[in-house]
Design a protein around this ligand. Sequence first.
Ligand code: GDP
Length: 297
Amino acid sequence: DASEDVDATETLLPRPPVVTIMGHVDHGKTSLLDALRGTDVVAGEAGGITQHIGAYQVTVKSGEKITFLDTPGHEAFTEMRQRGANVTDIVVLVVAADDGLRPQTIEAINHTKAAGVPMIVAINKMDKPEANPKKVREDLLQYEVIVEEMSGDVQDVEVSAMKRTGLDDLIEKILLQAELLDLKANPDRAAEGNVIEAKLDKGRGPVATVLVRRGTLRVGDIFVIGAESGKVRALIDDKGRSVKEAQPSTPVEVLGMSGTPGAGDQLSVVENESRAREVAAYRAGVIQQKRTTATPA
Ligand code: GDP
């Protein structure tokens, strides 16, 4: 597969981190995603129309960008991984300070460790009188998550998604972690990306939210997506704006494909339509084979 090749070091440029928020139900994942989205300094300029396309990018005061996958939950994370799409660079583990570690918190820790992705612990609901962040930090030790305050190297931060406190601190820690990871991609090549979510839209036909991993995706590009192929008819960003191109770590809605792909599927830009059909047919064959081997009669 073309995705196996590696870009030369001198072609690599910094790219924004891709962050997934995980944690137990009701601990505040959705609230935190909404609160973080509210910190975007360019959202206002765009007219404040936010589209839910499965991921969004926030530009912070310094001009740096962070991409959040806004499908909270572990299923999306594991499903993407199973499909070989390790799109997440950093996991933010949300733990409600008044509720502590719960089964899905442990599950999230395990998934994160299995993926080898660094974690930042966000201790949420700090506005509540019964908040007990000390207990959260202590209990995390049992799962070998040792936060800075306990002399470990896992960053932790106290937040309230509801009162919108601690958010700048969280953003700062995400950016620090990203710096340590030295995230880079070559923006100057045929684009590759992964499907975050896809649907068949009544008016627009098949629509896929793609997170560009490397290269720059442009209107007019010919591509393969999963076992489908197409030509980019339009690109819509997370603010609902029509854009001409999307750079690495940018989520964008792609229009112009033959059918609806699945989450985690790979998009690859190819040189021409006959090549697109060839790769799509090959992938369809591989998918068929996988299904046959996966379900022994
Ligand atoms: P999710 O299931 O993890 O996505 O959790 P939600 O974001 O839906 O939040 C669950 C509940 O906790 C909702 O009623 C939220 O209003 C509440 N909640 C979320 N964050 C906070 C917070 O920082 N403080 C307080 N007091 N409540 C919060």
